[in-house]
Design a protein around this ligand. Structure first.
Ligand code: HEC
Length: 121
């Protein structure tokens, strides 16, 4: 886990100084995170799909809006800006859930880099 954090921080630093040093956004994005490999399997699976899935209707969704489903890249894409904002701001998953569910700093960084790189599938 510690190693993964270092990698994510390098990604973010490289983006911040992109254009000034040897590392540019395009270098970072050459190995960009992707939805199918990096975002969907752990982050979305563990922390969003409990509510935001087409497999659930009515009260099972626990209030998640019916049109916001993150099952696949295709269902996420129409709302991808809201998806990324909700995670990077810490707005979602909703606070005060019991048991609590929140994203880690690593997950928020990962989504920031994914956005910077244009949301690769
Ligand atoms: C426990 C159920 C639950 C989980 C888990 C959950 N949400 Fe939600 N989500 C909601 C509810 C309820 C709303 C509507 C109320 C609100 O906006 O807070 C909502 C609204 C949203 C919205 C629209 C409002 C906004 O703030 O932009 C987005 C986007 C969103 N969720 C993304 C996510 C993402 C991404 C995850 C996973 C990291 C997630 N949600 C996890 C229940 C959930």
């Amino acid at each position: 886990m510690h190693g993964r954090r270092v990698i994510n921080l390098l990604w973010v630093s490289a983006l911040l100084i992109g254009g000034c040093g040897e590392s540019t956004t395009s270098d970072v994005c050459a190995s960009a995170p992707t939805f199918d490999r990096d975002i969907r399997p752990s982050l979305v699976e563990d922390k969003c799909i409990n509510c935001h899935t087409t497999a659930k209707t009515g009260p099972e969704r626990r209030g998640a809006p019916p049109d916001l489903n993150f099952d696949t890249y295709d269902t996420t894409l129409p709302n991808v800006d809201a998806f990324a904002d909700a995670i990077t701001s810490g707005r979602q998953p909703p606070p005060n859930l019991e048991p609590p569910l929140s994203t880690t700093a690593e997950e928020r960084d990962l989504v920031s880099v994914w956005r910077q790189c244009g949301f690769p599938q």
